[in-house]
Design a protein around this ligand. Structure first.
Ligand SMILES: [Zn+2]
Length: 119
């Protein structure tokens, strides 16, 4: 169940980016590459547990799944390396590529609101 530990790191990243003494985190947006093996549905499922007792408790998590994208080192075109194309470039058949996307695991945005002061 490694999604829970990914959730905890998202919560930690969000709390580092907020003034948690005064603010409550209401929304988190994360980019998750398909090659991380992290299932977005599980992230969303385990998130409330990871956020419990933190400034992100009750926040809404949105996960953008990022597909694999490679850049051919020979013709510089972008394509999606996969088992179907044998990981080769569909334009020039080269097998040399740089992986540009698919491994990211990043918190890209948070929304916060000022905590209302208890009287
Ligand atoms: Zn190419």
């Amino acid at each position: 169940m490694h999604e829970l530990s990914y959730c905890i790191s998202l919560v930690n990243m969000a709390c580092e980016n907020a003034d948690t003494d005064k603010e409550t985190i209401t929304e988190l947006v994360a980019d998750v590459g398909v090659m991380t093996g992290v299932v977005p549905e599980y992230l969303i499922k385990y998130f409330p547990e990871a956020a419990k007792g933190t400034a992100a408790e009750g926040a809404v998590l949105t996960v953008n799944q990022v597909p694999v994208e490679g850049e051919c080192l020979d013709c510089k075109k972008s394509y999606r390396p996969s088992a179907e194309n044998g990981y080769s470039c569909p334009y020039c058949k080269s097998l040399k590529f740089d992986l540009k996307h698919g491994r990211e695991f990043e918190l890209i945005n948070i929304k916060v609101k000022k905590r209302s002061r208890e009287v």
